[in-house]
Write a protein that binds this ligand. Sequence first.
Ligand code: FES
Length: 123
Amino acid sequence: MYNAKVLETFAHPKNVGEIENASGVGTVGNASCGDIMQVFLKIEDDKIVDAKFKTFGCAAAIASSDTACEMIKGKSLEDALKIKNSDVVETLEGLPPQKIHCSVLAEEAIAEAIKDYRAKQAK
Ligand code: FES
């Protein structure tokens, strides 16, 4: 049911892991499937210099989080927030309709991590 790009990204993700002393961490979950995604960001001068993830979820969620991390690296926070789940799906060359919600988790986790960073900055 998954295309070759999704399977390849799932099998060989480049951004799995944690960032120690991350600038921002975002944790989101999907209540219906129970999957959880955590995104760690290293931010310097309002730019994302590194992004990593830990996902307890399906292949689509893992492929989506890896792709999203790859897409936001080097971007400003503003530009990273413009990346929508549909962009992640497009980069993955498509997901089955019942797996679109998995890509939404990636968009949400990044937004949460940036929110966390901004909240820390405001303190
Ligand atoms: S089935 Fe829940 S994130 Fe994929």
